[in-house]
Design a protein around this ligand. Sequence first.
Ligand SMILES: Nc1ncnc2c1ncn2[C@@H]1O[C@H](COP(=O)(O)OP(=O)(O)OP(=O)(O)O)[C@@H](O)[C@H]1O
Length: 448
Amino acid sequence: MDLIKENWNLIKETLRTEYDLSDISYNTWVKPLNFHSEKDDIVTIMIPSDQAHALKYISSKYKSYFQVTISEMMDHTYDISFILEKDAENETSSSKAVYNINYINANLNSKYRFDTFVVGGNNKFAHSASLAVAESPGEAYNPLYLYGGAGLGKTHLMHSIGHFILNQSPDMKVLYVTSEQFTNEVIESIRSGNAAKMNRLREKYRTVDVLLIDDVQFIIGKESTQEEFFHTFNVLHSAGKQIILSSDKPPKEMETLEERFRSRFEWGLIADIQPPDYETRYAILKKNAENYNKEIKEDVFQYIATNIKSNIRELEGAYNKVIAFARLNKLDITLENVQEALKDIISSNATRQVTPQLIIDIVAEHFGISPEDIISRKRNSEFVQPRQICMYLCRQLTEESLQSIGKALGKKDHTTVIHGIDKITEDIKTNAELKNRIEIIRKKINSD
Ligand SMILES: Nc1ncnc2c1ncn2[C@@H]1O[C@H](COP(=O)(O)OP(=O)(O)OP(=O)(O)O)[C@@H](O)[C@H]1O
């Protein structure tokens, strides 16, 4: 431990060189981080309290960089966790600190909790099964397999389970991953040919108390990834650890699913989520509007709930569009204005065309950024690639001209669009992770 502490600045400098960080990234994110402690091969790094807002970003972006750099420099495998300076100072209340570390490592979205989930006829069973699992992990149903169409609340329920468990038992190790993350980590470990890296990956997944894997259908059929998943599943299940999976279909309808997976998925409980009925759609809109400080008339809720039927993501998208439209044009939210604001969405909803807007929304959600960031002029790397992926997918999945793709992406010139498309076309030839990511986004776009 002393060695890590003594060499802390050197570790950060080495990381900077190894990962070729720009001055701005290094000075903003990495330089202010301090060593906190090392225990049981977990190195805890302190994030200054004034960067609390960036805690999630730092821990997701830099965790693996620190893990690799420290492990290589110290010739020993370490895991990494982050803690806010102010929590570290209060460490006498150490359960809070443990909670913090476990909470950060769990990879949960704080918006998705049971108390923000509207229960209706379409999701009642899945909701109560999720709550039962959250109350008694490893005991009630194992695995819990949630399935349903796109944007119906599977991810929301999975995160809710994770929050609930951590609130009840702060020392539990919970881990939520998308199958994309899981696949990319496996690809990366195999590609590196580094046995220590593969061991770290196994340790990461096989030592948790609760593993949540979202959209498991994207793992099935990918040979090495599904093999790794199979063994992870077996190790966890036989140790009585809770596994929660989500998918777009029940196991029996997944054509390429091998019998060994099918039987395992059916060991526990399978719960479906159906498209929301009118009352649920209406209740979700009402819940969204709780934080809005102006009056929204009943006929507006009724109009949106009547016309956007299949998918809650789209329902929320429509609501957000209405709010943005009203703010931008300084208008009241009247039925007439809402009809104007939603005219593209509602007329295309009937035929469910793939539009640039749909692509932008799904890519934005996938990267955890806003559609506004995608169409903005910001050149930060976390926006540039998603923007180029949108250009690439618009070209592939729609009939739009380069000009109109540029227009949908915030009035970009057609040469910028060509550059974006070429960049992605070239990069996927050599970057297996990017290829996998685009394949998953493409399936999400076409999933209804
Ligand atoms: N019952 C609900 N109450 C409140 N919000 C909901 C509900 N169901 C879904 N949502 C919201 O709808 C959006 C889409 O839900 P979510 O991401 O969980 O869908 P999903 O089924 O995981 O979709 P996908 O398979 O495409 O990933 C989220 O913002 C979520 O909070």
